[in-house]
Design a protein around this ligand. Sequence first.
Ligand code: HEC
Ligand code: HEC
Length: 267
Amino acid sequence: MRLLSSRRRHPAAKALLLVAALFVIGAVYAAVAPTQQSAAEPNTSQQVTKGKELFSVNCSSCHGLNGEGTSQGPSLVGVGAAAVNFQVSTGRMPLAQPGAQAPVKPREFDDEEVAALAAYVATLGPGPAIPNASQYSTDGLTDEEIARGGELFRTNCSACHNFTGRGGALPGGKHAPSLFGVSNLHIYEAMLTGPQQMPVFSDQVLPSQQKRQIIAYLEAIHQEPNHGGLDLGGLGPVSEGIVGWAIGIGCLIGFAIWITARGARAR
Ligand code: HEC
Ligand code: HEC
């Protein structure tokens, strides 16, 4: 008897569950989708208008009235919002005067203005968008993945930025800056947009997950306590190896001479 009734309840329960699920999906959709659409549009167009105004006052003298570029600055068509966010929020842009390399300086625009400039430049041509927090956050990466980030850093970045990210000189009075204290967002954007002589590491070359691993590696080595002693400028295995070799071999030679001298005296 009991078995029979429970069997009868099953199909009805299933149907009810289905209806309930559909209802929940519908409710969530109704709550989320339309508000997102209606909120986003006027906001963006206002932002673009504001960005264009800021651009014509602060940037167009070098980048052209429509970002097409002049003899003073490159075209910004297709550089994307990420390049603008990187250049303006690290204070590189607006450039004060032409030089070998745009220096990092205190930023001139607040977050809202940077976002407006980025939104405007993004309308000039398709380019990389500003990455979202889930792309550059290093939460939940395992030690193994961080070690993988170290490998990726040594293969792709250390030639210019040094093994420990301390930076280094480049030809023509330029330099690859130290990566200490650079925010995760800016590290991600630098890879995505390749400022100056730095190559672009697109998502085809270095997928988002690998970029996160590199960021996590940099975070890890920059948190590492200094264990004291002489770090030889952190120049990496080559210089450290040479010093170790010279001192080590030097000691061995000295020791060998001492032994021979003693041996000769004993005879
Ligand atoms: C005095 C001239 C000058 C002004 C003003 C200036 N720029 Fe630049 N900009 C340059 C030069 C030169 C470069 C390339 C040099 C470099 O990469 O270091 C550049 C590079 C850039 C890049 C990188 C392009 C790329 O290919 O990744 C962006 C983005 C940019 N500028 C945005 C701006 C914005 C936004 C403003 C206004 C807030 C601005 N610039 C103001 C001269 C200028
Ligand atoms: C060919 C040399 C070169 C390589 C390889 C290179 N970079 Fe760079 N990088 C540069 C130069 C030059 C700059 C400075 C650009 C400027 O000032 O406009 C830079 C700037 C940066 C910045 C911005 C630092 C700041 O102070 O705002 C970051 C972050 C960065 N690089 C990370 C990386 C990472 C991560 C890699 C490897 C995936 C890498 N770079 C590979 C040359 C290089």
